[in-house]
Ligand binder design. Sequence first.
Ligand SMILES: CCCCCCCCCCCC(=O)SCCNC(=O)CCNC(=O)[C@H](O)C(C)(C)COP(=O)(O)OP(=O)(O)OC[C@H]1O[C@@H](n2cnc3c(N)ncnc32)[C@H](O)[C@@H]1OP(=O)(O)O
Length: 152
Amino acid sequence: MTELAFQDQYADEYAHCYGCGRLNEDGMKLKSYWDGEETVCRFTADPKFSGGYPGFLYGGMIASLMDCHGAATAWAAKARTVQQEATRFVTASLKVDFRAPAPTNVELEVRGKINEIKGRKVVVDLTLSAAGKLCAEGSAVMVEIPINRQEG
Ligand SMILES: CCCCCCCCCCCC(=O)SCCNC(=O)CCNC(=O)[C@H](O)C(C)(C)COP(=O)(O)OP(=O)(O)OC[C@H]1O[C@@H](n2cnc3c(N)ncnc32)[C@H](O)[C@@H]1OP(=O)(O)O
């Protein structure tokens, strides 16, 4: 049996994100999975996403990868903890420290670790590495969309 990515379990109305929405035809369709107590997302960036120097990714894309994987990690952590499907998490805050240039055309590994779960809030610690080298690290505060916003 093939493991379903977190993003492939989102309800249809929450599956239109450019980064990770399975229903966004033009999007990147990022996929996140459990790896023990951590989560992982792998992505190889096309050179068209280069930053100021050929062969290296622009910073906004690095943040985007960490953002979407952070939201997915929060969703999965909530589902695992309360054993009930969460709605959808949105980013309240995202901090990224860029430690080394991240290459294009090389598989990148984004990892998430749950730092805190409190009510609708999940804080996720994140790293992005290329071939084992740390390129960026940070954290995200993710907040589950409240029920009244889903209905109204
Ligand atoms: C049809 C469907 C429609 C659904 C609408 C979906 C819209 C967004 C979809 C975009 C998806 C993305 O791209 S996500 C990336 C862009 N992000 C967004 O567009 C989100 C915009 N921001 C918001 O909508 C809102 O600010 C929320 C939902 C994130 C939070 O507002 P809220 O629901 O009133 O929650 P609030 O009570 O203030 O906060 C809950 C907890 O989070 C903490 N918290 C809140 N903001 C922060 C922050 N910046 N930094 C640290 N912590 C924070 C609070 O201290 C609290 O923790 P404690 O005191 O309990 O400990």
